[in-house]
Unconditional design. Sequence first.
Length: 396
Amino acid sequence: MTMPEYNSSESLARSVKIPTPIYLPLNGPDLADSIMHLPQSAGVYTLTLPGRPSHVGCCGNLARRLRRLLVSSYTAGAQRLSPLREKITSVECWPTGSRLETSLLTYELAKHHFPEDYLKRLRLRLPWFVELTTDPFPYVRLVNRLSRSSGALFGPFRTRDFAEAYAQQVHTLFQVRRCTETLAPHPDHPGCIYGEMNQCLRPCQCAVTREEYATEALRLGEVLETNGKSAIASLSIACDRASEQMDFEQAAQIHKRIEKVQSAAGLRDPVVSEATRFSGVVLTRSAGFRQFRLWPMIDGYWQEAVPLDFSSEEAPMRPLDQQIRERLAEAVNNASFTGKRIEQLAIFSRWYYSSWRDGHWFPFRTLADLKYRKLVRELSSMVKHEPKPALLTPPS
């Protein structure tokens, strides 16, 4: 029987490699005992049937699921083979410690076994982004695809509706065009309603030069980059200056604009960032007792997990924050940028915006920006409240 080769040259293209699986002895009498000795955790498994593609599944309790599938419960010893067991040729399983690890491993296995339609099988929806295009006359649009010709992309947003609401609110702050046609500016151009309402600089009608329009687009890009923080800072200074000069009417107008910027910023989740610089680290539990993992994401690409083991009672030789700094620095220096960024961001989006999120996200631009104290406090709390592993009780 030939087992799938997960460590082949193909797997080198993965940002997160598939670890060596646990093979269950289907042809021996110890199948039930082998299942009982699996870690009592969530996991991923594959069932191989002759002449058919492998089945890739995930569950919240790996031992319980495999026992239900492979061992009959109708005999006293629960050792009789189930009807499904008599059809399959191999079983592989991977215990996991978090929903994120389960999602990443299922994604990689689905790509390996079903390269043509793995997205459909995973029901993985691509996230939505707000893009400021690289057009000679830039405009804002919504996209859920990444390409080399894309402009500055900001996301991932929770849903398309959230992205659209944010884009519309940002539009009200600037006189950037809302049409998506390729402009050929001419004084006789018919224009649009937004130009008539003074909500567009009307580059199509040569009302402004390309340089003047670019200045407005640059200001919009700064708001997208900082989620309005840079605009609020400059407007606050202008508002204070107007108040000092007793120009209260001008100060009131500036204050209203500040409120509009704050209103737009409030529609955007804090996690939203520029897609090509989307970096951070996720802290989750691992399958072992008092074992944890750090999952770095660098520029929108998942990296190999950094394991943290606290199962030993011995005191660590170095401070924990120093260990984490060194381990993450090594991961960043050896970062891999393979795979499809949009799909890896889709996995992050599914995990982060879900009701079942079981880890903690710590964003950073560079490692110097990472809040190590907060990370160490959260890790210490997870170690302190780590539940003891449960035992699988065989049916009587």
